[in-house]
Design a binder for this molecule. Structure first.
Ligand code: PMP
Length: 283
């Protein structure tokens, strides 16, 4: 596999970041992930806009324009023969003497990219539906920034794995914030699609936004409001969205079966609509 490091394409196992990199010392960095489908990046303009915003929120200069990023990502995907999978961008504040505050002199951000092959469309989990658990949301208060500080998500996802579940829904003050790596939706018994409104409490999911736009275009009613954790077992359906899962139906939460235990019609419909969107549009 080929990776990208600070201007160079090189074998992944030769791509090394120094011990004094602030990403390693402080998790002082930002990342972004976009899907590749049929060799093309999905909704990438939105991902690159979020990358730019995340960097700007923590005062790291964006080293590339959106056009440059897209060219680099496309070249990496091509070099890796990637037709379906993910392209990761990671940008840290760079290498400097260890000190919490920003380095005084001009420090170049560390830029890395790598790809992962993944069957997103023919994902067997989407056929059966995923299991989820709820966990306390242990994260900081600026979850709108796509920071590389992911320890709470690592622990949440491990708890899910140990419970035989694919995702952990994070709960704070009795309400669902989001999945450990996804946006959470429910469909109420009354048929409304519900997801939490954007704020500093959660990441503005790019797939979430596309799914809401597709729902609106299709005339499916949705509400952006807080979801009480107590609503989860009562929901007709649940699903989560992300660049790596697209729309993933959920059939069980904390051991409680939703509906008839199979992916629901709204989740399946939105998954199909998202495929069409992802296949038909480059960015
Ligand atoms: N929330 C969190 C915490 C995430 O890590 C992700 C995955 N990047 C998402 C939501 C979904 O965002 P997107 O649809 O942009 O992948």
């Amino acid at each position: 596999r080929t990776a990208y490091l600070n201007g160079t394409f090189l074998p992944l196992d030769e791509a090394r970041v120094p011990v004094m990199d602030r990403g390693f010392l402080f998790a002082d960095g930002i990342y972004e992930v976009a899907a590749v489908l049929g060799g093309r990046l999905v909704d990438n303009a939105a991902h690159l806009a979020r990358l730019d915003r995340s960097l700007s929120e923590i005062g790291i200069r964006n080293p590339h324009t959106a056009e440059e990023w897209e060219r680099l990502e496309t070249e990496l995907a091509t070099r890796n023969g990637l037709t379906e999978g993910l392209v990761y961008i990671q940008v840290t504040r760079g290498v400097a003497e260890r000190d919490f505050s920003f380095p005084k002199g001009a420090v170049a951000p560390t830029v890395t990219m790598f790809t992962q092959e993944k069957s997103i469309v023919a994902n067997p989990l989407a056929e059966t539906g995923a299991k989820a658990i709820t966990v306390p949301d242990l994260r900081w208060k600026r979850r709108d920034i796509k920071s590389v500080a992911l320890l709470a998500q690592v622990i949440a996802k491990q708890q899910a794995a140990e419970a035989g579940a694919a995702e952990a829904f994070m709960v704070e003050d009795g309400v669902v914030t989001e999945g450990s790596s996804s946006s959470v939706f429910i469909v109420t018994k009354a048929g409304a699609i519900v997801t939490r409104p954007l704020s500093h409490a959660l990441l503005p999911g790019i797939t979430r936004a596309a799914v809401l736009a597709l729902a609106a275009e299709t005339g499916l009613a949705f509400e952006e409001r807080l979801i009480n954790a107590r609503e989860l077992p009562e929901a007709a359906e649940a699903f989560y969205t992300s660049a790596s899962a697209f729309v993933m139906p959920v059939v069980e939460i904390d051991g409680q079966t939703l509906g008839d235990g199979r992916p629901g019609p709204v989740a399946r419909r939105l998954r199909e609509l998202y495929f069409a969107f992802a296949e038909g549009r480059r960015s």
